[in-house]
Ligand binder design. Structure first.
Ligand SMILES: CC(C)(COP(=O)(O)OP(=O)(O)OC[C@H]1O[C@@H](n2cnc3c(N)ncnc32)[C@H](O)[C@@H]1OP(=O)(O)O)[C@@H](O)C(=O)NCCC(=O)NCCS
Length: 178
């Protein structure tokens, strides 16, 4: 998949990460248990964890098998969070997370909308999907507001490592090309 080098919205600038972003990611949200609660990864214990995480994304971005972006304020250049996903044949599965102090201002929706539009610029992608835990109402709202449609609940579908080892029920949202 072709990765846009930059995605601009009214308030945000999205760009792919590099290894030099590790310290900022760790400080802003990588180590925060509240941010990680519903994510598929556990809080980073040190910058080495963040670096390993970043190296994988940088490599997969270069191979075209993922589209990972960091989200910055256009006004202050502060790092707000990340949005990205993996290509699975003709579909993209994505997720997002923001540092705590960036919650509740519509940034996740603004970033997700722009990300979805940028991914659909690739003619090889026919479907964009995301899963969120049934208890994670804020994330479900972000997906709804970003133009994805609720398709159903997948029971006992995913283990979320910060919520124990019992598979959880998740909502599936998607947007498809007509
Ligand atoms: C989930 C998350 C991305 C939301 O980011 P955000 O920038 O605050 O989202 P937005 O402001 O764009 O929209 C949030 C919506 O959820 C609603 N919301 C927030 N908390 C809520 C809650 N506890 N219950 C119900 N709705 C809630 C908001 O009111 C808003 O909806 P509205 O516009 O209809 O009022 C952010 O909290 C986050 O990064 N959390 C940690 C990482 C994470 O969980 N990522 C998703 C994994 S599936």
């Amino acid at each position: 998949m072709q990765l846009a080098p930059e995605i601009l919205t009214e308030r945000l600038r999205l760009r792919p990460p590099t290894e030099t972003d590790a310290e900022r990611i760790f400080a802003r949200y990588g180590q925060d248990p509240l941010v990680c609660r519903y994510m598929s990864w556990t809080p980073h214990r040190s910058i080495d964890d963040t670096l390993a995480f970043l190296r994988r994304i940088v490599c997969e971005n270069a191979q075209g098998s993922s589209a990972g972006y960091l989200i910055f304020s256009r006004e202050t250049d502060q790092l707000f969070g990340s949005v990205g996903g993996a290509v699975q044949c003709m579909r993209m599965q994505f997720g997002y997370c923001l540092a705590r102090d960036a919650w509740g201002q519509g940034f996740a929706t603004e970033a997700a909308r722009a990300f979805v539009a940028a991914v659909f610029e690739n003619p090889s992608i026919w479907r964009i999907q995301a899963f969120c835990d049934v208890e994670h109402r804020a994330s479900a709202r972000v997906l709804e507001k970003s133009g994805l449609t609720f398709e159903g609940t997948l029971r006992r579908y995913m283990v979320l490592p910060n919520l124990g080892d019992t598979p959880r029920d998740v909502h599936c949202y998607a947007k498809v090309c007509a």
